[in-house]
Design a protein around this ligand. Structure first.
Ligand code: PEP
Ligand code: MN
Length: 346
């Protein structure tokens, strides 16, 4: 429930409302707004009885939050959340940043080559997994800490920000130390102990939709992050599993406007995992930006034939440059712009 305070409500009145909410056994989240302050009630799984709150001094009205996710919902917050990264890059506003790089960090030379190539084409973040969730235990599992160190070097060399995956709560701190954005992968979307820890990691989190997760499940997982105090959450549509093997996943473009209707959080699109085929990545990247995606996550490899994971869906650097040229035009057509790399900003 949201307790909307009157315009001009005093600090004491607001604190009194918060105190009563705590007395009722819930937590209070005071949210100052331009017009009026709102106090959110969290910690409830069902309906909250408004009778004790509605009559308190300074209270204008009590609004129920009808969705099962609370802090993530549009009911809770109407303005879109804009996640601000180092160097002034924003996600969720007019800018559309592109995160690009290989599926896995393989060698120092590979990640540096990828970083320079995607930077040159206009990406603002470098992606690359040091810890890889692989279907087979015999597949390449990632370089671990060494991979994180290579990513840090690539950031130093190019100025690109880093997005990389944390696979488990034990490994999260090491990832959060290096990452500008911590990725939680599709297989871990419902790893609740990882979500809770990521909610306290102090870094923005990129939460990917689960392999067969509904949009409601995605938003409930995001709620775990906000419930732990981390409002800097970026959602990611990466396709869901269906019966059809023609594409790796069914890339759910409608999830983008659907999430925008239900939540204030930004949602980006990953057409690489969404399709599984490099020839489909550019058309789906264009479509995602046209659909309102707040960013793109794209796999690019300096030598895709030699990739240790996801080579078939990884773009050649020249294809990525083409993708960037095309999505720039589409972003402009809908009143947005593809984000510039950090040091090219005024
Ligand atoms: C990835 O981004 O490389 C990855 C493993 O993606 P997902 O979790 O969406 O499968
Ligand atoms: Mn991948």
């Amino acid at each position: 429930m949201l307790v909307v305070m009157r315009h001009g409500a005093t600090e004491e009145e607001i604190q009194q409302v918060a105190a009563v909410i705590e007395e009722m056994g819930y937590q209070a989240r005071v949210m100052p707004g331009r017009q009026r302050t709102t106090v959110g009630v969290v910690g409830n799984d069902g309906r909250v009885d408004p009778s004790r709150l509605a009559g308190l001094a300074g209270v204008q009205e009590c609004l129920p939050v009808t969705r099962p996710y609370k802090q993530v919902s549009r009911e809770w917050r109407q303005q879109p959340t804009v996640v601000r990264l180092a160097g002034g890059v924003t996600i969720g506003g007019d800018e559309v940043p592109v995160m690009a790089g290989p599926c896995s960090v393989e060698t120092e030379a590979q990640i540096l080559a990828a970083a320079h190539a995607v930077r040159e084409a206009g990406a603002t973040l470098l992606r690359g997994g040091a810890y890889k969730p692989r279907s087979s235990p015999y597949s390449f599992q990632g370089l671990g800490r060494k991979g994180l160190a290579f990513l840090a070097k690539a950031r130093e060399a190019t100025g690109l920000l880093i997005v990389t995956e944390a696979m488990d709560p034990e490994g999260l701190d090491a990832v959060a130390e290096v990452a500008d954005v911590v990725q939680i992968g599709a297989r871990n979307m419902q790893n609740y102990s990882l979500l809770k820890k990521a909610g306290r990691c102090g870094k923005p989190v990129l939460l990917k939709r689960g392999l067969a997760a509904t949009i409601q499940e995605l938003l409930l997982s995001a709620e775990y992050l906000l419930a732990e105090g981390n409002p800097e959450v970026i959602l990611c549509e990466r396709g869901v599993r269906t019966f059809d093997p023609a594409t790796r996943n069914l890339f759910d473009l409608a999830a983008i406007p659907a999430v925008h209707g239900l939540s204030h959080l930004p949602i980006i699109a990953d057409p690489s995992h969404g399709t599984g085929h490099r020839d489909m990545v550019i058309p789906m990247a264009r479509a995602a930006v046209a659909a309102g995606a707040d960013g793109l996550l794209v796999e690019v490899h300096p030598n895709p034939e030699r990739a240790l994971s996801d080579g078939a869906q990884s773009l050649y650097p020249a294809q990525f440059a083409q993708l960037m040229r095309e999505v720039r035009l589409i972003a402009e057509a809908i009143g947005r712009r593809v984000a510039e790399p950090a040091e090219m900003r005024a």
